[in-house]
Write a protein that binds this ligand. Sequence first.
Ligand code: ZN
Length: 495
Amino acid sequence: MKKFWLVLGFISTLALAGRAQQAPPASFAADFLDKAMRIDLFHVGDAKEEVMTIDRISQEGIWPGTFTHLIDPYNYGHYVLKVYDVASNRLMFSGGCDDQFSEYKTTTPALNGVKRTFERSVRFPYPKRPVLVVIEARDKKNILHPMFDVTIDPADYHINRETTAAGDFVYEALTSGDPHDKVDFVFLAEGYTAADKDKFKADVDRMTAFLFTVEPYKSARAKFNVRGVFRPSAERAMDEPRQNIYRKTVLDASFNAFDLDRYMLIEKDHRMHEMAAQVPYDAIIVLVNSKRYGGGSIALDYCVSTVDNERSRQVFIHELGHSFGFLADEYYTSEVAYNDFYPKGVEPLEPNITALFDPAQLKWKEFLTPGIGVPTEYGKDAIEAARDERQKNGKAQAEEIAAAKKKGLPEAEIKKIQNKYAEADKSPAKVIADTKAKYASLEDKVGVFEGAGYAAKGLYRSQINCFMISNVKDEFCAACRWAIGRMIDWYGKPD
Ligand SMILES: [Zn+2]
């Protein structure tokens, strides 16, 4: 183990403190080495068919997770990785895994049969004997079907055993203990030039400091190790294809993923994992050296955010909610009743939203405010109807004024139009103010509030405010706090 650290070119604070990393217990040691096996995959296909192929299999440094949490109990992810012992057919490891392809296959080009290739890396503890690795994909009802399998002999000399050290600068931002017992976050530098190394360290410190002001991270600070890996890019920032801006950077971060304005993703998943593998890591956060607003994430893989926008800290926490906590977006627009992302009649996998088919099985039932209505009336329909009315009035006013100006009517006539609409606006404005006042006491209550997962109807969240719906308050709702808390306990050692 010591050798691993020295090869990386830095001395672990743990070693300095004279605390050796623990040896795996017999149950783990019977099946695995304290190393990770990483498979770099290509995921190819369209809406109708998909295949995975192997690019490369590598051996990584220590296994960064616990020695005991090996079978995923949460049923997260649109894909699930399962590792079986070939000799006994026993399931040894499982975990959810998502990638960019799972989003791509719902897009118009994919529906039109355009095949694309995306990278994805998966990891599990390094087996001692031959294993069968299976990846299962969910159908629209979230039922799993096998889609890829490969038998791997861990002794195969084709497995890449190069050192994980790539010569990058490693920054220890927070050291709390043995990586097996702690949640290990790694920040990767993207779009920082060689001259920006100190800026990267300061950005890691700034984001880390903010992270630990937010619950449930705040109370769990002692369960985290935080490291940064710095590799200089030739140019700053990232690609913005819509603006014809292309930057030569280490991980090829790019805005306009799936042609969306503020959606940024990393196209080089394999390279990202190779860069991260220089330290023990459970979750990857890519920091992009730019002022632009935006970010993105792939659940159970990584999140990415710019650092210098005034809202960057909130974007980082929101995107980390997706990637680390497998949280759904809680926002919605009043125009969309249902959507394909969460098909009607299927309970979403994510812990923070529900279709409420069975209130007795509500995901966050233990946190409900006693006596609260399920679902919880909070004046949503009245407020949205009033908002629609105001919007309609605004539009009608603009049209009427434009027509009046075109006719060359005097200023007094235009003033009359304005007065008429100001009068018409009073009633819906009052409805909004009164309704908000009526339900103001629900602000800090836990209930079942309709409107979540992009749908105004049929999907519910646990509180009015949350990082996953807006940035009104720098807080997670009760369901998100609970869900993040159990991921912290999954990657680290529970209390
Ligand atoms: Zn939430």
